[in-house]
Design a protein. Sequence first.
Length: 196
Amino acid sequence: MTVLTVVGCATDSSDRAAAPDSAVPGPAEAGWRTDEPGRGRPAASQVTPEGPVALVLPDGTRMPVVPVDTQPNGALELPSDIGTAGWWSGGARLGDPYGALVLAAHVDSVSQGVGPFARLLTMRPGQRFRLSSRTLSAEFAVDTTRFVHRDSLPRDPDAFAREGPLRLVLITCGGPYDANAGGYRDNVIVVATRSS
């Protein structure tokens, strides 16, 4: 949640003199530099959103997180290392008040075996993830786990929407594997909301 601090303004000394004792302090009294017109310091309560750098799964497994983007065909690119999650840089960041903060990773690999995101296949409501950025950290509790056909993932209302409260959306492959059809039929979507 972002907290806004309102600071009153006075245009000249006569306005300040007329203000009651309970008036909000001016810029100099609040510790702002007055030699730089229009510039101030952020309020102590202001949170600067940051991209995540680490995810801890409910079983304690720690995964590094790297930013990823979409490919020209619209597909989300994923890190080749199955032990690393990709954060969709077009979505929400840690510290944002709203939107989908999307992390995705491969469920497995022929050369690397089964990855940590295979655990998403059996997530239950209430299980907790800890997500960290350079200076922020938050815990998220699982609300839902569901399978969707991979062709419908881009239209899924939870997956990539920038509206609604901040939520952690974890995505990997799942369902039947069909090499002739290009891989797994489904995607697993785990949606988790910020826990107190």
